[in-house]
Design a protein around this ligand. Structure first.
Ligand SMILES: Cc1cc2nc3c(=O)[nH]c(=O)nc-3n(C[C@H](O)[C@H](O)[C@H](O)COP(=O)(O)O)c2cc1C
Length: 201
């Protein structure tokens, strides 16, 4: 174990969180969206754009992405706190979170949100199991900007979100985080060997 207290290590690791993004998915006509801050650029080759995301297995989006092999990642504006609350504080397992969120289907058939900074349509090309989550590696196959994106200011970073989260949301945010942490604690050491079904050898 590292010599720092676990909480101090966790706070240090928070420096590695990504912008707060919306990730959408679709399976058999069911559309959904979630929020994550675990997105990473996964290629330095301009002609081969790639990114990766970590999605916990208890999230509905996990199964939609795993089964369909595609997702859309949206960078958000700093004025989209309400969308984060809508997509990131409740599951779409039992209801349609995208019902009131203007969107269309993109080239891969997954939802593209009208209002965002920009979006990346991704086809999953490999996965890594972490026990509690799956890291999806995606080839970016299409990119676009949201409506009026240029006028709407900066990209929503994790730091901005944490500094501006409305006080009335804070308790449910902390509670959700603790639930996710105890799920992850119980599952993180049970890593499975997974071979992505579409991997060409
Ligand atoms: C700021 C923020 C960051 C989040 N980061 C992640 C993440 O990196 N991975 C993840 O699986 N869930 C993350 N979540 C939690 C999911 O967005 C949340 O569990 C959501 O309700 C899942 O919806 P679904 O069940 O409809 O897929 C985050 C939520 C917020 C608000």
């Amino acid at each position: 174990m590292p010599s720092l207290a676990p909480d101090a290590v966790y706070q240090l690791l928070r420096n590695l969180t990504s912008p707060v993004v919306a990730v959408t998915s679709e399976r058999n006509g069911k559309r959904n969206g979630m929020i994550l801050d675990s997105a990473v650029r996964a290629s330095i080759v301009p002609a081969i754009p790639r990114l990766s995301i970590y999605v916990h297995k208890f999230n509905f989006s996990h199964d939609l992405i795993f089964d369909s092999g595609r997702f859309v990642l949206h960078l958000l504006h700093t004025d989209q706190l309400d969308l984060i609350h809508h997509l990131g504080f409740q599951s779409g397992r039992d209801h349609d979170k995208l019902a009131g969120v203007p969107h269309r289907l993109g080239q891969l058939g997954a939802p593209v949100l009208d209002d965002c900074h920009s979006h990346f349509e991704c086809r999953v090309i490999n996965v890594m199991d972490t026990g509690s989550s799956t890291c999806f590696l995606g080839d970016v196959v299409a990119v676009g900007f949201g409506a009026g994106a240029a006028a709407k200011g900066d990209v929503m970073t994790a730091g901005y979100f944490r500094a501006h989260i409305p006080s009335e949301w804070r308790a449910s945010y902390e509670e959700q985080l603790q639930r996710a942490q105890s799920f992850a604690e119980s599952r993180s050491r049970a890593i499975q060997p997974v071979t992505w079904r579409d991997l060409k050898r």
